[in-house]
Ligand binder design. Structure first.
Ligand code: PLP
Length: 294
C-alpha cells in the first residue's frame, strides 16, 4: 500500500446517467481534517457505510457492497446513491493501493445540519493483519442484543438491517466480550435466537451442512457469508438459512465469523465450550476469499 487515500464525492442523483464522474470527486489529504463540525455523521452517527476488502489492488465484491449501501440508504431515507459514480470512486481508490490487503470504506452521511446534500466520501488504508486470527481463530461469548427476533419488522425505525454509522453498541459489545476473557461476541435475540457478531456474520457447521441465521431484517446480510456459501455449494456441501436457537451453538461441528476484511475466522470456543477448528476447510475458505471476486 502506498499510503492512505481519501476522496470526497459530490453526490449525483441516482438517475443521472454519465460515462465519467471525475468532476464530482475531490482528492483530499487523508491525514488532514475534511469534515465540517456540523456533520451529522459525527454528531449523530446519521449515515451509512460499507467496508470493502481489497487484495493486490482488486476491490472484492463491489456490486454486493454497492447494493447493500443502496439498501441501507433506503432504510435510512437517504437519497439513493448513484452506483456508477460510487463504482468509479472505488476504482480510483483501489488504483491507489499497492499489493497486499487493504480496506476501502464508503461513507454516505446525512450531511451538514440544514445543509442541502448528503456528505459522501471514500477512503483506502492498509488492512489490519488478520493472518493469526484466520489460522488460530477466536474465542467468543454470547451477548443479549436486547430485542426479539421479530423486532426489525415491528419497529423498522430501529434500522436493524441497515449498516449505519452508529456502531457504538457493536464496539461496546466487543469491549464486554474482552472483559469476559473472549476475543469477540455473538449477539442473541432476547427470545433466544442467534443473530450475528458485532462486525461479522456467523456460519455454523453441523456434519456436512452449513447454516447461518436468516437475514430477516434484524441482521445485516453479509457479502462474505454469501461468497462462502457459493464456495461451499460448489464443493457439494448443503447450505441454508434458519432461525437458530442459541442452545444449538455449542453442538456445532465448526463455526466461523466471516466479514469482508477479516475474512473467515474460525471460532474455537463459545461461552467456554470448545468448537472443532476445521483447519483445512478454514484455509481453503480464506484462500478462496483472497482470490479475486466480483
Ligand atoms: N454483520 C455486521 C454487524 C457487520 O458489521 C458486518 C461487517 O462489517 C457483517 C455482518 C459482515 O458483512 P460483510 O461480510 O459484508 O463484511
Amino acid at each position: 500500500m502506498t499510503g492512505r487515500f481519501a476522496l470526497m464525492i459530490d453526490p449525483v442523483a441516482a438517475d443521472e446517467h454519465r460515462s465519467d464522474f471525475a468532476d464530482t470527486f475531490k482528492q483530499v489529504d487523508a491525514a488532514a481534517p475534511a469534515l465540517s463540525v456540523g456533520e451529522l455523521s459525527t454528531q449523530r452517527g446519521d449515515g451509512v457505510f460499507e467496508s470493502i476488502g481489497v487484495v493486490d489492488g482488486h476491490a472484492q465484491e463491489v456490486v454486493p457492497h454497492l447494493e447493500r449501501l443502496a439498501h441501507s440508504a433506503r432504510l435510512c431515507d437517504l437519497p439513493a446513491p448513484n452506483l456508477p459514480q460510487w463504482r468509479e470512486a472505488i476504482e480510483r481508490a483501489a488504483s491507489q493501493v499497492g499489493g497486499g490487503e487493504s480496506v476501502i470504506k464508503l461513507i454516505l452521511s446525512r450531511g451538514v445540519e440544514h445543509g442541502p446534500t448528503p456528505t459522501a466520501w471514500v477512503t483506502a488504508a492498509p488492512a489490519t493483519d488478520f493472518a493469526e486470527v484466520r489460522k488460530n481463530g477466536v474465542r467468543v461469548v454470547t451477548l443479549d442484543r436486547g430485542y426479539d427476533l421479530d423486532a426489525a419488522e415491528r419497529a423498522p425505525w430501529l434500522l436493524l438491517g441497515a449498516k449505519t454509522l452508529s456502531y457504538a453498541v457493536n464496539m461496546a459489545a466487543l469491549r464486554e466480550a474482552r472483559r469476559r476473557g473472549a476475543d469477540d461476541a455473538i449477539f442473541l435475540s432476547n427470545d433466544g435466537f442467534v443473530l450475528e457478531a458485532p462486525t461479522a456474520s456467523l456460519i455454523l457447521r453441523f456434519g456436512d451442512s452449513f447454516i447461518t441465521p436468516a437475514p430477516n431484517g434484524g441482521i445485516l446480510h453479509g457479502t462474505t457469508q454469501l461468497s462462502v456459501y457459493e464456495h461451499l455449494e460448489a464443493r457439494g456441501f448443503e447450505v441454508g438459512y434458519d432461525r437458530i436457537p442459541a442452545s444449538h451453538l455449542t453442538a456445532a461441528d465448526g463455526a466461523w465469523l466471516v466479514s469482508s476484511v477479516r475474512l473467515a475466522a474460525p471460532i474455537t470456543a463459545i461461552d467456554g465450550t470448545e468448537i472443532p477448528l476445521n483447519s483445512p476447510l478454514t484455509t481453503e475458505l480464506n484462500t478462496y476469499l483472497l482470490s479475486p471476486r466480483t
